[in-house]
Ligand binder design. Structure first.
Ligand SMILES: [Zn+2]
Length: 130
């Protein structure tokens, strides 16, 4: 059974939800990341640019289902260059979330809707593209 399902999210658009309990430290979604060359980045259609992330100086395009992971100011997962990893136990049915600011989403400007007590409101990440 897949660990996650993609469905409508109360946070934003579609989200990724745990299909079963996921343990802290467990990889939730592996892969789903493409490292882009400068040429590939230049050629990337505008609508794909929402799914970029910068890690270790590399520009990474998140592919489904990883690209549907929503932001939360109290995330239960974090993205690495190879996987989304649970940072605490995620119960079946819970939405999987990461902190977009920590993930370095270039050019991000997001009015956060995570509704957690720690919500930071407006998130802004500098655009590192030249
Ligand atoms: Zn928030």
């Amino acid at each position: 059974m897949d660990k996650v399902v993609v469905r409508d999210s109360p946070i934003h658009g579609r989200g990724v939800f745990a299909a079963r309990r996921i343990e802290a430290g467990e990889a939730i979604i592996e892969g789903c990341r493409e490292t882009l060359s400068d040429e590939a980045l230049m050629a990337l259609p505008e609508e794909e640019r929402d799914f970029l992330s910068v890690m270790d100086g590399r520009t990474i395009l998140m592919t489904p289902p990883s690209r549907f992971v929503n932001h939360s100011c109290s995330p239960n997962a974090r993205g690495t260059d190879r996987a989304d990893v649970a940072i605490r136990v995620i119960e079946a049915g819970e939405e999987v979330t990461v902190d977009y600011a920590a993930e370095q989403v270039p050019g991000l400007r997001l009015e956060c809707n995570c509704r957690t007590p720690d919500c930071r409101g407006l998130l802004v990440v500098a655009d590192v593209r030249i």
